[in-house]
Design a binder for this molecule. Structure first.
Ligand SMILES: CC(C)(COP(=O)(O)OP(=O)(O)OC[C@H]1O[C@@H](n2cnc3c(N)ncnc32)[C@H](O)[C@@H]1OP(=O)(O)O)[C@@H](O)C(=O)NCCC(=O)NCCS
Length: 191
């Protein structure tokens, strides 16, 4: 079993002002990973539009950071204006860091965030040939079905409880500190 804890980085939520890091991470995905992430090959301009739109959708993006750089991301997207019964998740890990357990860790965060927002059906879709994503989905008990060359995974998160809400809140406080430190370092470097 791969283990994210042996890696030097941290996982935290992205703040809306950090969307350029999300864009830069997606732009660094190699050709094969881009295809796996978006189910078809995509250009740089597609990624730039996509990352900019993600801010407006006010979803949640968890990131794996090594220093200031975002190297992996997990998106939890609402399907309407507010959090409802269903939400969608998507994952991207830069190629050199794949198969070190980051995708699995991110999935745990996304399921907890969905749970804390009352989501009852978390959907993820990936190409049928995406063995890694299928392995992670199965690890979290997803029900997988095959549709037109894609696999649709459905996870039914447990309802929120005191511990799941507290765990997210505690992590967010730490994440906020890390984001502020990163901003501080960037300001110092620019001065
Ligand atoms: C898919 C992706 C998110 C997985 O993240 P990751 O950090 O590489 O995955 P992890 O290391 O957490 O776990 C991968 C699991 O798949 C298993 N695996 C690896 N190759 C596999 C294969 N060909 N078939 C089946 N399982 C495989 C690993 O053994 C591991 O399982 P384990 O933890 O039980 O050993 C990442 O590889 C990625 O970003 N790929 C490109 C984009 C993408 O495919 N996104 C998903 C669609 S939204």
């Amino acid at each position: 079993m791969s283990d994210q804890h042996q890696l030097p980085g941290d996982i935290r939520k992205l703040w809306p002002s950090e969307w350029p890091k999300f864009r830069d991470h997606l732009l660094r995905l190699d050709k094969a990973s881009r295809r796996m992430r978006f189910a078809h090959g995509v250009s740089d301009s597609f990624i730039e539009d996509y990352a900019a739109r993600m801010v407006d959708m006010s979803g949640i993006v968890y990131g794996y950071f090594e220093g200031p750089e975002l190297r992996a991301a997990a998106e939890l997207k609402k399907l309407g204006d507010t959090w409802g019964r269903e939400a969608e998740a998507a994952f991207s890990v830069e190629q050199p860091l794949q198969e070190h357990g980051i995708g699995t860790e991110l999935m745990g965060r996304v399921i907890r965030a969905a749970r804390n927002r009352g989501v009852q059906h978390l959907c993820l879709s990936c190409l049928a040939e995406n063995g890694k994503m299928r392995a992670i989905a199965a690890h979290f008990g997803a029900e997988l079905r095959f549709e037109y060359g894609e696999i649709i995974g459905e996870i039914i998160p447990a309802g929120p409880n005191y511990f799941s809400i507290l765990a997210e809140a505690v992590e967010d406080r730490f994440g906020y500190m890390m984001a502020v430190l990163d901003l501080h370092n960037r300001v110092l470097k620019a001065a």
